[in-house]
Design a protein around this ligand. Structure first.
Ligand code: S3P
Length: 181
């Protein structure tokens, strides 16, 4: 792996832990943490729910793409991507150039439990108010292959905590990308 992988990019399904694990990974590496969804909300001044409702999914995707273009030229970042970003070819190519991709994986029942928490639902307009296992499984199956195809490293965090997951990612990153941080 060349030395150019100077960002860590977290991908995976909704509720796979990208934000919390990403924040902790950034702390361990001394990198800045950026959550793509939070950035979009900051820039547009709207919650994701309001953005979807007012302007639709296409606007959300174009905001996401713009923001990724800005992030992709920066270094020493841990970036938590929204679950659908990996479906877009152009932003992926930009991020791939300097990004080491970590796929966070969790089982469907674990994901359902996480995305069903009250404060999580407003952020996930693609899931209905009361998501069920079938809905999560269906979307997961649709996306799984694409996520896997992009990953440099995959971590199942269904049964491990945030600290342990972040330590594994940081350790693997230092070793695989030969980066001394
Ligand atoms: C989405 C995931 C969400 C958010 C948006 C779309 C998706 O982010 O970007 O609601 O289609 O998977 P998280 O993956 O952080 O939940």
């Amino acid at each position: 792996m060349p030395m150019t992988k100077e960002n860590v990019v977290l991908i995976g399904f909704m509720g796979s832990g990208k934000t919390v694990i990403g924040r902790q990974t950034a702390r361990l590496l001394g990198y800045e943490f950026v959550d793509a969804d939070e950035e979009i909300q900051r820039v547009t001044g709207l919650s994701l729910h309001a953005l979807y409702k007012k302007h639709g999914e296409i606007r959300f995707r174009s905001e996401e793409e713009l923001m990724i273009k800005k992030l992709a030229v920066r270094r020493s970042l841990v970036i938590a991507c929204g679950g659908s970003l990996m479906l877009e070819k152009e932003p992926i190519a930009l991020l791939k150039e300097f990004g080491w991709f970590v796929l966070l994986h969790a089982e469907a029942d674990v994901i359902l439990e996480r995305v069903s928490r009250k404060n999580s639902r407003s952020k996930r307009p693609l899931l209905s108010d009361k998501p069920n296992l079938e809905q999560v499984r269906e979307l997961l199956i649709k996306r799984e292959q694409q996520y896997r195809g992009l990953a440099d490293y995959t971590l199942n965090n269904s049964e491990i905590g945030v600290e342990e997951a972040a330590a594994k990612i940081a350790g693997q990153y230092r070793q695989e990308c030969q980066i001394n941080v």
